[in-house]
Design a protein around this ligand. Sequence first.
Ligand code: NAI
Ligand code: MG
Length: 361
Amino acid sequence: MANHKHVAVLPGDGIGPEIVDEGVKVMKAVGDRFDYTFHFSFGLVGGGAIERLKQPLPEETLTQCRKADAVLLGAVGGPRWDRNPPHLRPEKALLGLRKELGLYANLRPAILYPGLESSSSLKPEVLEGVDLMVVRELTGGLYFGDKRTEKTADGLKATDTLVYHEHEVERIVHRAFQLAQGRRKHVTSVDKANILESSRLWRSVVERVAKQYPEVEVEHMLVDNCAMQMVRRPADFDVIVTENLFGDILSDEAAILTGSIGMLPSASLGEGTFGLYEPVHGSAPDIAGQGVANPVATILSVAMMFRHSFHNEEAAGMIEKAVREVLASGARTMDVASPGALALSTEEMGDKVVEAIRRQQ
Ligand code: NAI
Ligand code: MG
């Protein structure tokens, strides 16, 4: 059965379970339309896994993910585990999943949906037409380099190491150019080549790879300038490709372009079609358990799953169209509602998207 898919579902902590429920609901609704049958396997990750199994990423969960066609992740973390030692921190599971599953390409699209201009802190005219994609390298750089703290005669000394191999840069840059081919054919490669050796390597690889994509225009931008241009003229960006740390920061900056961090989906990909899909936001402990979180980031992550892992552009488009319609009708969760307006619950918002999917021909 070509349309049978095994999806590992890892709800995680805080609002994770609430938003993942809505993601699964949407997946089933679209699945009905395209004759998918799903096998969902639910796994423990993050704080919940620490409580039950004394480790943030149990082997059992990893095995489940390896057997699956795709993974849907909520979020991990919370104040309860903030004082834990590094190996018992929920966030440790995220780095583990990426590394163990070989997910080196993190795609974070930021699209301004009509009607949400007023939720952003930027002027509506600056935001008009924003549709960009940050492609962040995910398994190299500072986050994975040697880390240590030592005692010296001058006091404590802490070191983090930023390492990139040519082949690591090459594969992520190819991914960015391929994505640009299906979009507006423009790649901005972001680095700090005036200072960092790893950035000089990055830039030379981009120059070389770019020759294989003559129809795609490429520009290099220093990261500090990019941070500025992203709020000055965000609509000019198409695909932004960058290393791990820069990508982490720039993609959070991109969140304000879309009105709320509750709107931003992501896909983490490796070779082949397997991928991990999750909202960009965290576990939002401040609103957990209240049923008010915005499920759209997770729902749009499900759309990315259909696009990148199941190669079903039509299904992905159906979800995105439904979200667009629902937002255009004025339906809003608390994070994007105008002050004083009635906000929908997480579940109500998910229901609206499902209804909009069912209405599509
Ligand atoms: P956060 O993204 O969880 O929350 C930041 C702010 O945005 C909060 O005010 C929250 O209420 C709001 N927010 C987030 N998602 C929302 C949604 N779907 N709807 C409405 N409002 C939403 O980031 P924060 O507070 O820095 O981190 C909380 C915990 O999450 C920490 O333990 C952190 O380590 C973890 N975290 C986990 C991530 C993951 O699992 N991928 C990513 C980022 C943080
Ligand atoms: Mg971040």
